[in-house]
Design a binder for this molecule. Structure first.
Ligand code: SF4
Ligand code: ZN
Length: 419
């Protein structure tokens, strides 16, 4: 039953050389996601008998049906079946979509899950590229790279708006289940963390080290995902990292981790802290779901998610922040993180923890509200979620501070955040 796919059946050049290529606004034929239209990606296990290997369906308008410069909603869903396939492997395959799509000349892909962003260039369309080819790429490359763990793969690509809007909540529910599998594990109880270097093609010095309480900043990889990825591919981008000697328990600094990061970052990063954004935070790459930053006047921090396009109290929008800190360096005062990480127990615990969180966009707050409420209870401030300002309360530090004082936010009376 094993299939081998010799080459990638697309009308454009294909390979890692095209991974970092951008598609500029004027060259765009079709754009999907990126906050402009609803978009998601979902890889799920399915019953072998319901899958036809290699089948790619486009449900809704394809490129031939739209004019240059168009936008469409998009849901890329992949069904995988096979005796060795496990649910645990879904996120690993899903996270590959990012670089596999980028390998096609004239295609740009940023992000993942429900914040994915596709741009297909006019040049690619001239050569005959259609949406179906995205499915052909995934089918061929999944077989090539992960053929050992599954037998059949089919792809359904939706651009029909009603369908996409139906799929997105289902995808979000699947992401939530994956995220929450990690609950109950602690960093203290784990001697082995995992690395992820998947993003080095864009940010050569960037190394995520993923602990149970610090999921990858793209939101797509938690500790269990990395463990599964290492099992599938022992020489791949997710390697076990022994924590080794604890150098700073509060900031989250371990000798074994530093040694690993030093090597994996080509000798450019010698140490970083898991639990601080004030002092030598982890490196950040361009695909982070959120960026946290210190707000000195408010004695706290804010965080902003990629899907929020408005102004933040740092005076910068998400895109500007990502441009400044997303290149794989350590940038004190700023750190990329996942949405899920906001409500993990160790979130910026070295700087005072979630008690410091004074501002976030309303869409993010609503998205993670249930978990924020639970965290509020855990820290003995049941109405904590209501104390966090949003753009409705202000986008300047002065406005926010007034709100914090009125609400009795804990950050106001904490030790100075910048020491
Ligand atoms: Fe891996 Fe980190 Fe990139 Fe996510 S952001 S793919 S965890 S290196
Ligand atoms: Zn990245």
């Amino acid at each position: 039953l094993k299939l081998t796919v010799a080459e990638i059946p697309v009308p454009v050049a294909y390979g890692p050389a095209f991974e970092g290529e951008r598609v500029r606004r004027d060259d765009v034929y079709l754009e999907c996601g990126g906050g402009k239209t609803p978009c998601c990606e979902l890889v799920q296990i399915a019953d072998m008998n319901t899958i036809e290997d290699g089948r790619v369906e486009v449900i809704g308008p394809d490129i031939k049906d739209v004019k240059p410069g168009s936008r469409l909603p998009l849901a890329v869903t992949v069904q995988i079946g096979g005796r060795k396939m496990q649910e645990d492997y879904e996120p690993i395959l899903e996270r590959q979509i990012h670089h596999l799509v980028n390998y096609a000349q004239g295609l740009m892909h940023i992000g993942q899950r429900d914040i994915a962003w596709y741009r297909i260039s006019k040049q690619a369309v001239d050569k005959g590229f259609t949406l179906e080819h995205i499915g052909k790429i995934l089918h061929a490359k999944f077989h090539q790279d992960f053929g050992a763990i599954f037998d059949k793969c089919q792809v359904k690509i939706y651009t029909d708006e009603a369908k996409v809007n139906e799929i997105i909540p289902k995808a979000q529910a699947a992401y939530r289940v994956r995220d929450e599998r990690i609950e109950g594990m602690t960093d203290e109880g784990t001697e082995t963390y995992y690395s992820c270097t998947l993003c080095q093609s864009f940010a050569p010095t960037h190394v995520c080290v993923i602990s149970p309480e610090r999921t990858g900043l793209c939101g797509a990889y938690n500790w269990l995902d990395c463990k599964a990825s290492f099992e599938i591919n022992p020489t791949g981008p997710n390697q076990p990292v022994q924590k080794g000697e604890t150098l700073d328990e509060t900031l989250g600094n371990w000798k074994g981790v530093n040694d690993f990061v030093y090597k994996a970052s080509r000798q450019s990063i010698s140490s970083y802290n898991f639990y601080s954004l004030v002092f030598d935070p982890m490196t950040t790459c361009g695909c982070c779901e959120c960026i946290a930053a210190v707000l000195p006047l408010c004695n706290g921090i804010m965080t902003v998610n990629r899907d929020y396009t408005g102004m933040t109290p740092t005076g910068m929008k998400f895109t500007t922040l990502a441009g400044v800190i997303g290149g794989g360096n350590v940038t004190p005062g700023f750190v990329g993180h996942s949405k899920f990480n906001v409500t993990q127990r160790k979130f910026v615990s070295g700087d005072g923890g979630i008690h410091r969180l004074v501002w976030m966009p309303k869409i993010l707050k609503e998205e993670i509200r249930d978990r924020l409420e639970k965290r509020g209870q855990d820290i003995g401030i049941p109405n904590f979620v209501d104390m966090i300002a949003t753009e409705e309360n202000g986008v300047t530090e002065e406005e926010i501070l007034a709100f914090l004082e009125k609400m009795g936010h804990p950050a106001v009376t904490m030790d100075p955040i910048l020491g």
